[in-house]
Write a protein that binds this ligand. Structure first.
Ligand SMILES: NC(=O)C1=CN([C@@H]2O[C@H](COP(=O)(O)OP(=O)(O)OC[C@H]3O[C@@H](n4cnc5c(N)ncnc54)[C@H](OP(=O)(O)O)[C@@H]3O)[C@@H](O)[C@H]2O)[C@@H](O)CC1
Ligand SMILES: [K+]
Length: 498
């Protein structure tokens, strides 16, 4: 499990150590230089004689960068620091000069322009313009340098190591403004930051290395990412004397005569994730049974529900079934996944064991229905903020689907999962995910209804397993939603052994 902490929490945790004279910047710079040396050795086969350029901003982020540059210069690296502000961390600058690093300034656009060639020829560029003190996108000459580097072809671009965070991202909310230099590696200090987990900023971070500075962080982290090893503790694994009803029966109200595939895929997801039994309601019964003869078609007792996938707005019959099922779930405290065609059936407030699974467009529509002036693009620019808004307005746990899936529940529970390959953006994958989550909620129904933050953890686990199954389905290549469902049992088995 990877915890991230916002800038204020990190600063508060740094205070007592700084007051005690702990050399935090020295530790950060040493770790940074060590990582950069490793990058150079991996990429160029050597450290000494290679070229490193430092983009240096006005704050301590620039200070870290200069100190690391000094350590690298002492190992024979040709280091050039590009100062982008009138003010520069004095100790860092002195250390670099003492180590015979080269220092140039780019205080206006023309000077920045003149340095573009130098930067492009570096083996590694360290992005030390802004850290946790940054406000908005990079401004001034630094912005020009970032734009020049960002415009280079991937093959001609030096490797980029972001210092603490890629400069210009919204450290606490994962937004990005203006040009951000996409990093191959981010070396972050003291704790992971939300921007390194949340879309869209996290895409700029590359691989993330967290350097332990000995900070004592308390309270709830801002955003969490589950790791493979966390799944076993959340998964409903049957005991030796379990039978199908104890293991959880999932009611599925999905699909239609026109869209039978959504029902088939959702049921595949639930069965692949190990649900005890599925009861299906809807016009796609024959197709569901043809694919999964073990399904029972019709009404009956269930422990949890999945509602709305592949249900068209004009399908009155199936919408009525979904509405009845939702009312039943709410009246009896049964967890429910509410997807696509059932999202507009929600009452004003629901408990957190109701889990909404919209994509960005559906989340925007849900917020608009509740009076917010929000477009799909707004949601994509700030997914976490909008998922939180939807949770605040409805009370539901919200799983916002995307390349990185964001989950928000009560009491500040937030997760960001980026487990699947980009190939997973394929028709029907969301239906499979709904089935996986339904299986988890059915298997842990009473706990999910009693522990307000458990549904969010289960939703994050469902996203992780779904993503893993996509890797299993066809490592490195295209996948179909059905292929992902078929790979689920193997993915779950692997994770339960982890
Ligand atoms: N605390 C510690 O002990 C440790 C801290 N550590 C390191 O310190 C970093 C935080 O340092 P920091 O607080 O100095 O802030 P930082 O991000 O370097 O720069 C802020 C400066 O940039 C400016 N500025 C702001 N926005 C801007 C924009 N959009 N475009 C352009 N300029 C902008 C703003 O100036 P202003 O505009 O306000 O005049 C301000 O002066 C942290 O990320 C980590 O790397 C580690 O060494 C571990 C120990
Ligand atoms: K940075």
């Amino acid at each position: 499990m990877l915890h991230s902490w916002d800038a204020a929490a990190v600063r508060a945790a740094e205070q007592p150590l700084l007051a005690a004279g702990v050399p935090l910047m020295g530790r950060a710079a040493f770790a940074l230089a060590t990582h950069v040396a490793r990058v150079l050795r991996d990429a160029r086969g050597r450290v000494g004689g290679s070229r490193v350029a430092l983009l240096v901003g006005s704050g301590n982020n620039g200070g870290d960068t200069l100190h690391a540059g000094a350590l690298l210069a002492r190992r024979g690296v040709q280091v050039t620091a590009v100062l982008t502000a009138a003010r520069t961390h004095a100790g860092g600058l002195e250390a670099l000069r003492a180590a015979h690093g080269r220092v140039v300034t780019a205080l206006d656009d023309a000077a920045a322009e003149a340095l573009a060639g130098d930067l492009a020829r570096a083996d590694v560029v360290l992005d030390g313009l802004l850290g946790i003190g940054g406000r908005g996108g990079v401004r001034g000459p630094g912005a020009r340098l970032v734009a020049q580097l960002a415009a280079l072809d991937a093959g001609a671009r030096p490797l980029v190591v972001a210092v603490d965070v890629p400069s210009g991202v919204g450290v606490d909310d994962g937004t990005r403004t203006g040009d951000v230099l996409d990093a191959d590696l981010t070396v972050t200090f003291g704790a992971c930051k939300p921007a390194l987990l949340l879309p869209p900023a996290a895409a700029a971070a590359g691989r993330v290395e967290v350097v332990d500075l000995g900070l004592h962080l308390t309270g709830r982290p801002a955003v969490v990412r589950l790791a493979a090893a966390d799944v076993a503790g959340l998964w409903p694994v049957p005991g030796r004397d379990a039978h199908k009803y104890v293991r959880g029966v999932l009611g599925v109200v999905a699909g239609s005569a026109r869209y039978p595939g959504a029902a088939v895929l959702q049921v595949s997801g639930a069965i692949g994730a190990g649900v005890g039994m599925v009861r299906y309601q809807g016009a796609a019964g024959p197709q569901v049974l043809a694919a999964h003869p073990e399904v029972v078609v019709g009404e009956g007792r269930v422990q949890a529900w999945v509602l709305g996938s592949g249900v068209a707005p004009d399908d009155d019959e199936q919408r009525a079934r979904a509405r009845d099922a939702l009312e039943h779930a709410l009246a009896h405290g049964e967890p429910a996944v509410v997807d696509a065609g059932a999202l507009d059936l929600l009452p004003d407030r629901v408990p957190p064991h109701v889990v909404l699974t919209p994509h960005a467009g559906e989340l925007a529509a849900l917020l608009r229905d509740r009076g917010a002036d929000v477009t799909r693009a707004d949601v994509e620019a700030a997914p976490w903020a909008h998922a939180r808004r939807a949770h605040e307005l409805t009370g539901a746990t919200v799983l916002l689907k995307g390349g990185t899936t964001v989950v928000v529940g009560p009491h500040g529970a937030s997760y960001a999962q980026a487990d699947g390959p980009p190939w997973l953006a394929t028709a029907g994958a969301g239906d499979v995910l709904g089935g996986v989550l339904g299986a988890l909620l059915a298997g842990r129904a009473s706990q999910a209804a009693a522990e307000p933050t458990l549904p969010a953890a289960l939703a994050a686990a469902a996203a992780l397993v779904h993503g893993r199954a996509a890797h299993h389905a066809n490592p490195g290549g295209p996948v179909s939603a059905g292929g992902v469902a078929a790979a689920l049992p193997g993915a779950v088995a692997g994770l339960l052994r982890a």
